[in-house]
Design a binder for this molecule. Structure first.
Ligand code: GDP
Ligand code: MN
Length: 385
């Protein structure tokens, strides 16, 4: 689960990570009041669940209260386009009004789970402000890494090693060490899957401050963080994905035009691959689950068809726990209640396959049946084109 920058900073503050003073604002007069409170010299920051806001025009410095109000007026309600939002951008509905910092240096800090070693890794780079993916591609040696022993946090010697390697000096050294260990503590205590501070700044007066903050949490741990779960902002989520979660479906919207209904994440990945081998692009990832019910199939179908980009649908099912006849009933129920205007290609295999085929044949609905995955992918790509 993702949250906004101002929410992440509220959390980090509780774990003693230094952040600038700031207030969230949902309207221009709230932004003006916040700027007044902070003395007028502020940063006006668009709050959306995507990075790269600065380059997209979503982060502006203001030198007085009225300028802050004018910047707030300009940013609120604008569609902010960044490399992470897609071309349509995201409408800005919240702002963070924050005191300005006298920046001497910008540094990158991050904590992520390294699945290969099953431990969190603390990362740092002197190239603050740059996307870490870019640094990793161009200059991987510039990324400093320290493995965190689960339950023990980032040890002070590890934080000192990073601060030293970054060349942080003077009062800022201890400040940075304290902030880095606090950051690792916040990551662990909140069951975060990612914490990213880009930039983490050293100020001219020797402070170390989290100027930006991104936190993602492990959805599987949300049950023990009711307070964090409340921070969810449905405005920032793909509505179809939200709906899919409510139906127990694993759905991710993608940019292509071939809708996919598949059971099992592995088969779903293979299906997306084979669609691309056939020259097409999947419109979504949808795993209806190993033991999907007729209702889940129906809802999955409905969600896929409500995406206007979908020009053809491939149903690729291996009936194991989910039996093919149950799937067929779900598909027919969905097809009769929804007005299906796109071609459907089916590739079915597994338990109760004969009964499944019978149900589909008897439905009188128009499906293209394929013998294997390759044929199914070729047919659906051709129909979508
Ligand atoms: P992002 O573009 O979405 O990652 O948003 P950030 O919060 O990282 O802000 C982008 C950039 O704005 C930062 O890298 C800074 O250079 C600049 N910025 C943000 N806050 C301040 C501030 O208080 N003072 C100054 N001078 N620049 C700031
Ligand atoms: Mn940033």
């Amino acid at each position: 689960m993702k949250i906004h920058e101002y929410q992440a900073k509220d959390i980090l503050r509780r774990y003693n990570v230094p952040t600038p003073r700031g207030t969230v604002a949902f309207a221009v007069d709230e932004a003006r009041a916040a700027a007044e409170e902070l003395g007028g010299k502020v940063v006006v920051k668009a709050q959306i669940h995507a990075g790269g806001r600065g380059k997209g025009g979503g982060v502006k410095l203001a030198h007085g209260v009225e300028e802050a109000a004018a910047k707030a007026q300009a940013i609120l309600g604008m569609p902010l386009v960044t490399p992470q939002t897609g071309p349509a951008g995201k409408i800005v509905k919240r702002l963070l009004i924050e005191e300005q910092m006298p920046i001497a240096r910008e540094i990158y800090l991050g904590v992520v789970l390294d699945r290969a070693i099953a431990k969190p890794v603390f990362m740092a780079s002197a190239e603050g402000g740059m996307e870490i993916e870019e640094v990793a591609a161009e200059n991987p040696d510039a990324i400093l890494k320290e493995t965190i022993e689960p339950g023990r946090g980032l040890r002070p010697y590890q934080a000192r090693r990073i601060a030293y390697a970054l060349g942080i000096e003077g009062d800022a050294f201890d400040a940075a060490v304290q902030a880095m260990t606090a950051l690792a503590n916040a990551y662990e205590a909140t069951d975060a899957s990612l914490v990213e501070i880009n930039p983490f700044v050293i100020t001219h007066d020797g402070h170390a401050v989290a100027l930006d903050a991104k936190m993602d949490f492990d959805d599987n741990a949300m049950f023990r963080h009711a307070d964090l779960a409340e921070l969810r902002d449905l405005d920032e989520e793909e509505p179809l994905e939200t709906e899919a979660i409510d139906h127990g479906l694993n759905y991710i919207k993608l940019d292509g035009n071939v809708g996919c209904i598949v059971n099992g994440a592995g088969l779903a990945m293979a299906t997306m691959d084979i669609i691309q081998y056939a020259g097409g692009m999947p419109a979504n990832f949808l795993d209806v689950g190993g033991g999907a019910s007729k209702d889940q199939i129906r809802n999955g179908f409905r969600i896929i068809l409500s995406d206007p980009n979908v020009k053809a649908v491939l149903i690729n099912i291996f009936g194991g726990i989910l039996k093919v006849d149950v799937l067929a009933e779900g598909v027919v129920a969905a097809a009769t209640e929804l007005n299906i205007e796109v071609p459907i290609v089916l590739r079915l295999e597994g338990t109760n396959i004969e009964r499944g085929r019978q149900i589909l044949n008897d439905s009188g609905l128009d499906f293209t049946v394929a013998g294997d995955m390759k044929e199914a992918a070729e047919k659906v790509v051709a129909l979508a084109a």
